[in-house]
Design a protein around this ligand. Structure first.
Ligand SMILES: [Fe+2]
Ligand SMILES: [Fe+2]
Length: 260
């Protein structure tokens, strides 16, 4: 039985997160985990939030085969052209069709076609098209054009993420959640064979709050006037999950969370 291991890395926050993965660390860690493909969520990778050309390029150069996005993807206009030009850079697929970029891509890995879909949740977030219907549409359109399928559901509500995974159980290889920046302890293979974790966690400084300086977030919750979010510094680590997929069935045989 041939297997493919997919390392998925949670929201990279600012320079601290990008620098941490640079210099060969992401490649080394992926290799020591036995990962064949690496997917990284980059929606917060620019300093001050969003994604810049520099931060997206850094993640790709560090070894991300696919970079997924989220609610902050469109914060900086400088990334719009790159979203159109770079097929391995995704934004959520359920945005209106008129926005730049692509919501899914097919990456080649060991001769297999890996469909990666990026979706945004609708609970407590932008009210976009249904992530359920969007996933159905893409799986229908791409039928016969992929061997393995992975979904990044970038969402606030744990119930919405878990529901999407259960809804697609047995029809996709893995569903992982991003956005909340705190790794959940529920990595598992669902009954019909889809790998799942509610949230990968983040790649950034553990000294602040969700990767941002503590004083900025205290200001947001107490004073409530807008404030620039500075990335926290020090004590950086990367959080994610590894899904092992049986290439014969396209289903997951092992799911585990990782911190490196
Ligand atoms: Fe994020
Ligand atoms: Fe987000």
């Amino acid at each position: 039985m041939a297997k493919i291991k997919i390392l998925c890395v949670g929201d990279v926050v600012g320079n601290a997160g990008c620098r941490y993965l640079e210099g060969g660390r992401l490649r080394r860690c992926a290799s020591s985990l036995g990962a064949d493909l690496v997917i990284v969520n980059g929606e917060n990778s620019a300093s001050g939030n969003g994604m810049s050309r520099e931060s997206a390029s850094s993640l790709l150069a560090s070894g991300a085969d696919v970079v997924t996005g989220g609610n902050h993807t469109f914060k900086r206009r400088e990334i719009y052209d790159m979203l159109d030009d770079e097929s391995s850079l995704l934004r959520p697929a359920n945005y209106p069709g008129s926005v730049p970029g692509n919501g899914y891509t097919v990456a080649e890995c060991m001769g297999y076609r890996i469909l990666v879909i990026n979706l945004l949740g609708c609970v407590y977030m932008e009210s976009l098209a249904s992530p359920f219907e969007t996933a159905e549409r893409i799986l229908r359109e791409m039928k016969g054009k992929y061997d393995i399928s992975v979904i990044d559901i970038h969402a606030e509500a744990t119930s919405e993420k878990m529901c999407l995974a259960r809804y697609l159980d047995g029809r996709v290889s893995a569903v992982f959640g991003t956005h909340t920046h705190v790794q959940t302890s529920d990595a598992q293979v669902l009954p019909a064979g889809t790998g799942y974790i509610t949230d990968l966690g983040m790649t950034g400084s553990m000294n602040g709050i969700l990767g941002v300086k503590t004083e900025n977030i205290i200001h947001k919750f107490t004073v409530k006037t807008p404030i620039f979010f500075e990335a926290a510094e020090g004590n950086v680590s990367a959080h994610g999950a590894v899904f092992t997929v049986d290439t014969d069935t396209g289903l997951c045989i092992n799911a585990e969370s990782v911190i490196f």
